[in-house]
Design a protein around this ligand. Structure first.
Ligand code: ATP
Ligand code: MG
Length: 462
């Protein structure tokens, strides 16, 4: 696609010169002999680039420039003049010119400067396209860190198929939001999105919730009822906290996934279903398999595509955007006019380990918006557990006086803090088993160490 350029100069020799200098293969060249006629054209058609002289009849180039900034803010303007001073150049830039060329100009220099402007225009176009794209696709999921961008790629990859997806990640990290995005991006978007929390339900209840039941199937089953599988037919079923599903139910779920049909409780009949399953868990399923509470075969069936949502403390770059989003959301909801968040707030947020992840950040902002007296949010408007703010490991002096036992204890507590209390993650980072960590903690608590230690986060040897 050729770049559309408007040349504005009252000197027709200059116009001819520029038309010669610029490659007609790359550019679609138009001209105007006064600022007024240029404006008339700009009102009815759009140009990507304007090359304008400064000294012209009634209206000069600077005035034209200010009109263009208002009329077509995306149009890039290069000013040219034979009477240039540093001051005029500075003024032109201040008024929003992209570049400033002194006459006389050589064909080469014109070509180079125009090329630079065109590169900028193209880049800008890409950025706009990207922004539109991400807003359309992931409305509601905020984040532009590398880790979140990778998650978006995986959502894009997973969405179109019927494949089962396993979404892992700490509490409040956004698993449900991601499950919904997969549904919304899939060709089932017009179908239902149904969710069932597998924790806190016993086997009978969960099976009747999942598969439905016939009238009289058990005491209390006064009426026949459809299960979530049926309700989700043609759409997506999110099985939340899948690790907590009773073992027996896991076998039934496995069978359903294999056969693509369900059997209502109390019925011998099978019903074909077309449901995409997304399972989520904040517990490490490998651990649940190891301790015998989760079926390995079901795990493989569910884990066709896996998405691991990183904890917020590993993507602190996303915090400012999330803060902005939640401030806006809760200001509107509470009729507040929060215009500013203190820098200090971001410094604290960056160091805080966010054990409750995005949910905790959202709640913190919500409370701050409600509590703040004016138009600004400062560190006074919320309270975070200060002891949890990450502190570096003991300084060198302390380090030198530590025993091996104390060093080990300190390292474990430090890791636990970093991972928001997650023993499995702390264990992984130290390359030991979660059981080792549990045993060590038990050992420390028996000696009364833990409370003392975790209270202030730093551990000095006594
Ligand atoms: N990237 C994000 N952008 C905007 N909001 C987010 C983001 N991640 C999470 N949230 C918000 O944080 C809250 C928690 O998210 P969600 O319910 O998806 O977490 P979860 O991982 O399912 O948590 P749990 O394990 O406790 O069920 C929700 O209000 C959600 O809208
Ligand atoms: Mg959830």
């Amino acid at each position: 696609m050729k770049t559309k350029i408007l040349i504005v100069d009252d000197d027709s020799l200059v116009v001819e010169f520029l038309k010669e200098a610029l490659d007609v293969e790359k550019y679609e060249l138009h001209s105007a002999h006064s600022a007024e006629s240029a404006l008339t054209r700009l009102r009815s058609e759009s140009f990507e680039l304007v090359l304008s002289d400064i000294r012209m009849g009634e209206m000069d180039g600077m005035e034209l420039l200010t009109h263009i900034r208002e009329l077509a803010p995306k149009t890039v303007v290069i000013m040219m003049t034979g009477f240039g001073t540093v001051e005029t150049a500075v003024l032109a830039m201040k008024l929003g010119a992209f570049d400033f060329i002194m006459k006389p100009m050589s064909p080469e220099s014109v070509e180079v400067r125009v090329k630079k402007a065109v590169e900028y225009i193209k880049l800008n176009r890409q950025v706009v396209a990207l922004k539109l794209d991400s807003a359309r696709r992931y409305s509601g999921i905020i984040g532009s860190s590398k880790l979140m961008t990778e998650i978006f790629d995986r959502i894009r990859l997973a969405a179109p198929s019927r494949a089962t997806v396993l979404v892992g990640g700490e509490s409040g990290s956004g698993k449900e939001l991601i499950a919904r995005a997969i549904h919304e991006e899939s060709d089932r978007a017009d179908g239902p999105f149904v969710k069932l929390n597998c924790a806190a339900l016993n086997q009978n209840l969960i099976e009747s919730e999942l598969f439905g039941h016939e009238k009289g199937a058990f005491t209390g089953a006064i009426q026949a009822r459809s299960g979530r599988f049926e309700l989700a037919n043609g759409g997506t079923l999110l099985l939340d906290e899948i690790s907590e599903m009773p073992y027996e139910t896991q076998s039934k779920l496995l069978r359903t996934l294999q056969e693509r049909e369900i059997e209502k409780v109390g019925s011998a009949e099978t019903v074909a279903i077309d449901v995409r399953i997304i399972a989520s868990s904040n517990r490490n399923l490998a651990e649940a398999i190891a301790d015998g509470s989760f079926r390995e075969d079901l795990f493989y069936r569910l884990n066709v595509i896996s998405i691991e949502v990183p904890p917020l403390r590993d993507r602190t770059e996303d915090i400012p955007q999330l803060v902005e989003y939640f401030v806006k959301k809760y200001s509107e909801e509470n009729n507040r006019e929060i215009k500013h968040v203190d820098r200090e707030v971001f410094e604290v947020f960056k160091k805080y380990p966010w054990p409750g992840n995005v949910r905790e950040l959202e709640n913190t902002i919500q409370a701050a918006v409600v509590m703040s007296a004016g138009k600004t949010i400062s560190t006074l408007d919320f309270s975070l557990d200060a002891s949890a703010i990450r502190k570096p490991l003991a300084n060198k002096l302390e380090f030198e006086s530590l025993t091996l036992h104390e060093l080990e204890r300190q390292l474990i507590l430090d890791r636990l803090q970093r991972f928001g209390g997650s023993k499995s993650e702390a264990a992984r980072s130290l390359d030991v088993s979660a059981r080792t960590i549990r045993n060590k903690l038990k050992e420390y608590s028996e000696f009364g160490d833990v409370d003392k230690m975790s209270g202030n986060g730093s551990t000095s040897a006594e």
